[in-house]
Design a protein around this ligand. Structure first.
Ligand code: TXA
Ligand code: MG
Length: 332
């Protein structure tokens, strides 16, 4: 199959919408990362997503809508606090997990009785969703376990020959995936950190649940148990540029290993003789650049060192992605 990359002109959005309406899959930009969409009401269509990504069947998908009023067509109810969250953060990088309606097939939710819903704020995504006229199941448009794609080229890298069309909306603004919040309990619970932080959620709802069982067999957000965001070479995290870290780098260099360093500007200037990729000056810039830099840094490298901000920064979202990318291996 030939994979086209087309700009978001009306005729190309129509083409993508037609593919999705006819049971196919197509990739499109959102403000977080690129998504790979299928008609969420069609079991066979959704299965194609799992095949294209090599995604485990027990990892459920987010259903994308274009308006808050559609939530009631896929979810049984919207608890009061969830309604407040929808009003505050939708459209935007927030996903709500709600009790599902029967129209959503099991393949979307991996057999759970809940459904994750999100309304992206990217104008191209909204336009495409409206043209489709159906709820669209869409995971990040990467091969399973790889860093999420934040531009059309990264989607192409993973999906060339597997999907007919990628709508190119340029680089994504946010750069990391939406905050996933369970609205199944008395209080909201963050299942995956993102740009919308736990503090912001607690401020809107008047509280937040800290009680997230670490049940590995049947986790609340199944996707969080798998290898994720991983470059193709050895990847090590670090927090500060210490003597111990420099010593590790020196040892790799002595073994003839090619080293890439992905770090904040202030740390990057302390490295020599390595390929450098700047995460910029702050967490917002870092989120925007992280996945693209991991994909660039792995090329021609034997090892990547990637700097994480402290756990607390940006609600821990960057720490979450970086610790997974390096398989929890921190050099220092
Ligand atoms: O920003 C985003 O959320 C992007 C863009 C494309 O919208 N999508 C995305 O989808 O990141 P994906 O499939 O890569 O991640 C979906 C996450 C997974 O961790 C999954 O386990 C969780 O949402 N999830 C989906 N449905 C769920 C459910 N019913 N209950 C709990 N977690 C769920
Ligand atoms: Mg993903």
């Amino acid at each position: 199959m030939q994979t086209l990359i087309l700009p978001p002109k009306p005729e190309n959005l129509l083409r993508a919408a037609r593919i999705i309406q006819e049971g196919g899959i197509a990739a499109f930009p959102t403000e977080t990362v690129y998504g790979l969409g299928a008609n969420a009401l069609e079991k066979q269509a959704v299965k194609r997503i799992f095949v294209a990504k090599g995604r485990p069947a027990d990892n459920p998908l987010i259903v994308h809508l274009w308006d808050v009023s559609q939530i009631s067509s896929v979810a049984e109810s919207l608890p009061d606090y969830a309604g407040k969250l929808a009003a505050a953060f939708m459209p935007g990088p927030l996903t709500l997990v709600l009790k599902k309606k029967a129209c959503i097939p099991d393949v979307v939710t991996a057999g759970l009785d809940s459904v994750a819903v999100r309304i992206p704020s990217h104008p191209v995504a909204l336009e495409l969703l409206k043209l489709c006229g159906c709820p669209v199941a869409a995971p990040s448009a990467n091969t399973s376990s790889r860093p999420s794609p934040t531009d059309a080229h990264a989607v192409f890298e993973d999906m060339d020959g597997r999907i007919p069309l990628i709508i190119d909306g340029g680089p994504c603004d946010v750069g990391i995936e939406s905050t996933v919040v369970s609205a199944l309990g008395e209080l909201p619970a963050v299942l995956r950190p993102g740009k919308v932080t736990a503090d912001e959620i607690a401020a809107v709802c008047g509280g937040i649940s800290m009680d997230i069982p670490a049940d590995r067999e049947r986790p609340l957000s199944p996707g969080t148990k798998y290898r994720h965001y991983s470059p193709s070479c050895l990847t090590l995290g670090f927090f500060e540029v210490t003597d111990r870290l420099k010593e590790q780098l020196r040892r790799f260099a002595e073994q003839g290993k090619r080293i890439s360093v992905v770090a904040f500007e202030s740390a990057l200037v302390k490295f020599e003789g390595v390929r450098k990729f700047s995460l910029g000056e702050n967490e917002t810039e870092a989120a925007e650049r992280l996945f693209a830099h991991l994909r660039a840094a792995e090329k021609g490298a034997d090892v990547i060192f990637v700097q994480s901000p402290p756990r607390k920064a940006m609600g821990g979202a960057l720490y979450n992605r970086i610790s997974k990318a390096c398989g929890e291996q921190f050099a220092d």
